[in-house]
Design a protein around this ligand. Structure first.
Ligand code: HEC
Length: 224
């Protein structure tokens, strides 16, 4: 009899303990979650898988961005540091800046695959690369897209690029400026939610050149 009582008591303590833990594990909505706690959850969930483990190490720019709720809150010095680090990260095609193939660029812009899968190595087709740009941008006339980023329709015209001036040194400078944005968006828009396509290796230097050509070329549907 005594044994049973003890057994029940222990069972009660265990059940009670689990219940108390469950209650504790559900924080009230208004309780702020600390960044360290988020990292802990991410670490326990991802660290066992080498395909994701590297993602847990923030680079210096990410560490700076994580300190602030918005770009507006960032001190000028921190903004400058993120821009500087991002500019330093940019690699250019072997032959420098050139007009690429806008049709190839269009394929990358249209493709929703790529960034999310290609670099993790378990995509249906591991070489598939895409920008998924329509997730956040409106680009060609009449094609549906997102509004998180600015509307890019007529982007080449906005930069003042025409058939007449497209091979001038000024136009090449403009190609380079947009190349920098697509390769590493943080070089122009620190801590932006726009992915850093070239920096992460999701797009190669030639891919970025083709995407930029698609955005700026007078013959591209973006500028028709
Ligand atoms: C997750 C959303 C997202 C995706 C995906 C995305 N962008 Fe963006 N993009 C943005 C945001 C937001 C901005 C505005 C920059 C800022 O203020 O942070 C932007 C800005 C830009 C700009 C600069 C526009 C200007 O004002 O001059 C260009 C060019 C651009 N994006 C091109 C692209 C291309 C090309 C792709 C696909 C390869 C792409 N973006 C994918 C969110 C995105």
């Amino acid at each position: 009899m005594r044994k049973i009582v003890v057994g029940l008591t222990i069972a009660g303590m265990v059940v009670g303990g689990v219940y108390a833990q469950q209650k504790k594990a559900q924080p009230k909505r208004e309780e702020a979650v600390k960044p360290e706690e988020v990292m802990q959850v991410l670490k326990t969930g991802l660290s066992s898988d080498p395909r994701f483990a590297w993602k847990l190490n923030q680079d210096e720019a990410q560490k700076i961005c994580s300190k602030y709720k918005s770009r507006e809150e960032m001190p000028a010095k921190e903004l400058q540091r993120v821009i500087q680090l991002s500019q330093q990260s940019i690699a250019y095609p072997q032959w420098g800046i050139y007009w690429g193939d806008w049709k190839e660029g269009q394929k990358i812009v249209d493709s929703p695959s790529g960034g999310r899968y290609a670099s993790y190595g378990f995509s249906d087709s591991p070489t598939a690369k895409g920008g998924n740009c329509y997730a956040c941008h409106l680009i060609e006339k009449g094609k549906p897209g997102g509004t998180m980023g600015p509307n890019l329709y007529g982007y080449g015209k906005k930069w003042g690029i025409s058939k007449e001036n497209m091979n001038s040194p000024e136009a090449v400078e403009k190609l380079k400026a947009v190349y920098n944005i697509v390769y590493n968006s943080w070089s122009a828009f620190p801590c932006s939610s726009m992915p850093r396509f070239g920096y992460h290796g999701n797009l190669s230097t030639n891919d970025v050149m083709n995407v930029v050509t698609y955005l700026l070329h007078p013959e591209s549907p973006v500028n028709k």
